[in-house]
Design a binder for this molecule. Structure first.
Ligand code: FCB
Length: 330
């Protein structure tokens, strides 16, 4: 994983393997980890799945990816070769090597190989973001709810390319720390994008300092019963003004954000400690463990106990939750 690949996207290590597999139809494509997600009908995991879709003219993947209601999670998509087209009609646009697309949950997916190009290879990552990533998931350029950035310079493109490969490599391994490393590389991708977006839209992205103070206060007091009124008082705003500014800059409500932070903290505690759920619920600010379980389930789709069993490998992962985690429902 320490090897720095020489930058030549056509040498993407996975592409040839995927193309070969596609040419020999597998006996049970639904079970092949590398190609199953490339076809309609695949159930996406709750946290992170990544892959590469090497579309070549008239080959098995040469169809339009059409999901009118989008997906439950987010998708980030990097073109590495050829040319893709997103949407049809007057709003349609093309993407080329170095271009990134970010699809929020529920945003329409309608894309495929641009008819003029012989191929469109893209790498993608499907993920449920950590709550504090929210401010980085808003880019200045959007078309019908799809965020777009173009990184045609070789330096940024090769850096993004390397990070996508690392996410893919780490996410292939099933232990918790490897998953954390995949998330860590994804976080680097999103930070790189947020940074360049901020440079391009400097004036728009200065977050009100009272909102930042509110975030810091929440993060430092996850175990305390802090409500909107207390937070507002401490940052010298009225509760309604704080709620308004918070939604404007962070994109979600104060309590929702606080709960999402608590759930993230609970996730870490569940994975790395054996603190009983009752005490754990108090450590993350809930006196009532039943209420904590309800909040936790709303965010992750499972109870704290089931989550702990999953992460310790005691039970097989279930299918993803039917409802969107509430942190993403805004
Ligand atoms: C694959 C597509 C890819 C991405 C993932 C989630 O089937 O090829 O672009 O949408 O699904």
């Amino acid at each position: 994983m320490d090897d720095q690949p020489t930058f030549d996207p056509t040498q993407d290590p996975k592409v040839q393997r995927v193309i070969r597999k596609l040419r020999i139809p597998p006996d049970a494509p639904g079970e092949d980890k590398q190609v199953a997600p490339l076809f309609p009908g695949f159930e996406f995991d709750v946290r992170l799945v990544s892959g590469i879709t090497p579309i070549e003219r008239d080959e098995p993947l040469d169809f339009w990816i059409d999901r009118p209601d989008g997906m439950r999670g987010w998708i980030i998509n990097l073109t590495i070769e050829g040319c893709g087209r997103v949407f049809d009609g007057p709003e349609s646009f093309t993407v080329e090597p170095g271009d990134l697309l970010l699809f929020p949950p529920g945003a329409r997916h309608f894309y495929g190989r641009d008819r003029k190009a012989a191929k469109w290879w893209h790498r993608w990552i499907y993920f449920q973001p950590r709550a504090f990533w929210k401010p980085w998931l808003e880019w200045g350029t959007q078309v019908q709810g799809i965020h777009l950035q173009r990184h045609r310079d070789e330096r940024t493109f090769s850096e993004l390319f390397r990070l996508f490969i690392e996410v893919d490599n780490w996410s292939d391994l099933s232990d918790n720390l490897s998953t954390d490393l995949a998330f860590n590389r994804l976080e680097q991708i999103l930070l790189t994008c947020a940074r360049s977006d901020r440079a391009a839209n400097a004036a728009k992205t200065v977050i009100d300092e009272r909102v930042l103070a509110a975030c810091a206060l929440i993060s430092e007091n996850l175990d305390k019963p802090l409500g909107v009124k207390d937070i507002a008082r401490q940052v010298c705003l009225s509760p309604s003004r704080l709620s308004h500014l918070f939604r404007h800059y962070i994109g979600t409500g104060v309590v929702q954000w606080r709960d999402a932070q608590r759930v993230q903290y609970a996730i870490q505690l569940l994975r790395v400690t054996n603190v009983p759920i009752k005490s754990l619920s108090q450590m993350v600010g809930y006196d009532d463990p039943l209420y904590f379980s309800r909040v936790f389930r709303r965010h992750t789709g499972m109870s704290p106990r089931t989550f702990r069993d999953h992460s310790l490998g005691r039970i097989e992962p279930a299918s993803p939750p039917e409802t969107l985690p509430s942190a993403l429902q805004d």
